[in-house]
Design a protein around this ligand. Structure first.
Ligand SMILES: Cc1cc2nc3c(=O)[nH]c(=O)nc-3n(C[C@H](O)[C@H](O)[C@H](O)COP(=O)(O)OP(=O)(O)OC[C@H]3O[C@@H](n4cnc5c(N)ncnc54)[C@H](O)[C@@H]3O)c2cc1C
Length: 224
């Protein structure tokens, strides 16, 4: 690592410290942090050093970790995610950021129940929030197709993590996250955070507003 450090020419150059595969197509890149300050929920824009193409990735690691992590899912026929999958320890990424205002307000930490609703890698900013704020009052609904996509679910308390699989049967089968939500009882002290694909966010937004949740209590981050 020492030799590689010398090759870093700008604070935007982040070294790949570790690649951790969670499935055949989903992986975590651990990068040097380079003193980057961020709020849990924000994202970076990253790409291979020297290449023009870059994409947004939510920060997966916590505010107090001394490294920076992102959780990436390889998109078939995608451009950048496939290249990131080939990364090895010691490779350089060019990173800009942090960006975005998706995050928790300090005041809400004390007063609100945080209901996180994610599809796929949309769990990433919530992982960062849970890691950054011990004692956070939250419930995390994770909509995925197969159980293998329940990325590092052991990091959330079993009573806090609700898995909704759409293509694989599990005990107490819940089906799609939208189906589960139609039966979910909402209360006035809940704040809803949605992250993932646009269709889910659109559907969930309407389910929640139909249940009487005011739109200012629904905060969303659309991935694609
Ligand atoms: C704010 C923000 C945060 C994001 N955070 C993450 C993250 O933490 N992890 C992550 O894996 N991705 C994240 N994304 C998506 C990411 O930026 C890229 O779009 C994704 O990695 C695909 O890039 P690509 O170059 O491989 O594919 P592209 O060549 O850009 O796209 C190919 C096609 O795939 C679609 N697509 C993009 N993402 C997905 C997906 N996950 N599943 C299915 N189709 C998709 C695109 O809409 C496009 O039609 C985020 C996007 C935004 C806007």
């Amino acid at each position: 690592m020492e030799n590689i450090d010398k090759a870093v020419v700008s604070a935007n150059d982040h070294i790949v410290m570790q690649v951790r595969f969670l499935t055949e197509t989903a992986f975590i890149l651990r990068l040097t942090r380079n003193d980057m300050q961020f709020r849990a929920g924000q994202h970076i824009i990253a790409g291979l050093k020297g290449e023009i193409d870059q994409r947004e990735y939510s920060i997966y690691s916590g505010e107090n970790d001394d490294y920076l992590e992102i959780l990436v899912k390889e998109v078939k026929e995608g451009n950048i995610s496939g290249k990131l999958k080939q990364c090895k320890r010691g490779d350089l990424l060019q990173v800009n950021g942090p960006f975005g205002s998706f995050g928790i307000e300090p005041y809400d930490l004390q007063t609100q129940k945080h209901i996180f609703i994610a599809t796929g890698t949309g769990i990433s900013p919530f992982h960062s929030m849970v890691r950054s704020y011990p004692g956070l009052n939250y419930t995390l609904l994770h909509g995925i197709r197969f159980i293998s996509e329940a990325y590092e679910h052991d990091e959330y308390g079993p009573e806090r993590y609700i898995l909704c699989t759409s293509k694989e049967k599990i005990k107490n089968q819940r089906g799609r996250v939208t189906g589960f939500l139609t039966k979910f009882r909402v209360t006035n002290d809940m704040l809803f955070y949605l992250c993932g694909n646009g269709n889910m966010i659109y559907e969930v937004y309407h389910i929640l507003t139909d249940k009487g949740v005011p739109s200012e209590k629904i905060i969303s981050e659309v991935y694609f």
